[in-house]
Design a protein around this ligand. Sequence first.
Ligand code: AMP
Length: 176
Amino acid sequence: MNAEQVKQSIRNIPDFPVKGIQFKDLTTALREPDCLQWMRAEITKQYQSKGITKVLGVESRGFILAPSVAMDLGAGFVPIRKPGKLPAEVLEQTYQKEYGVDRIQIHKDALTAEDVVLLHDDLLATGGTMAAAIELVRRFGVKKIYVNFVVELDGLEGRKLLSDVEVSSLIHFPDK
Ligand code: AMP
């Protein structure tokens, strides 16, 4: 299994959820055992020597791989969730999405200044979601922040919003 084979197994859905969006449907890759295993192993391989103490998944598709990677790395898992889902005190960030405005939250006691964090989401589009997640994490004064995606849409240049962090994606599409 390699990146090109996994890329081929990702399904493109035109005009979902709104007209003009080329939605990258990862479920067609995730349902294949070899593709699923490859994604998990590739992420783990990249970060195993980084001293990661917490892997953060962004709701909801970031929750698919983040806990497996956390277990591989001997790290904890922390969810970044949509408003109203986390039961204890939260920090919140508002952001612009490729399709609409949204907010994300994290528990106030989820991280400490001693943590080395890996932030994970399934896909980098405009970068708004991950930029907001990085802002949330910065408030804890953590030692270092790494950012990982399964898929990056290069034409949208979302990476430009994610300054001062190391960003890595397993698979690239040229989409704008
Ligand atoms: P953005 O904040 O624009 O980088 O959007 C990233 C989030 O929206 C990710 O959590 C993705 O799951 C979702 N998303 C945005 N655009 C797409 C797309 N074209 N295909 C699949 N998911 C997308």
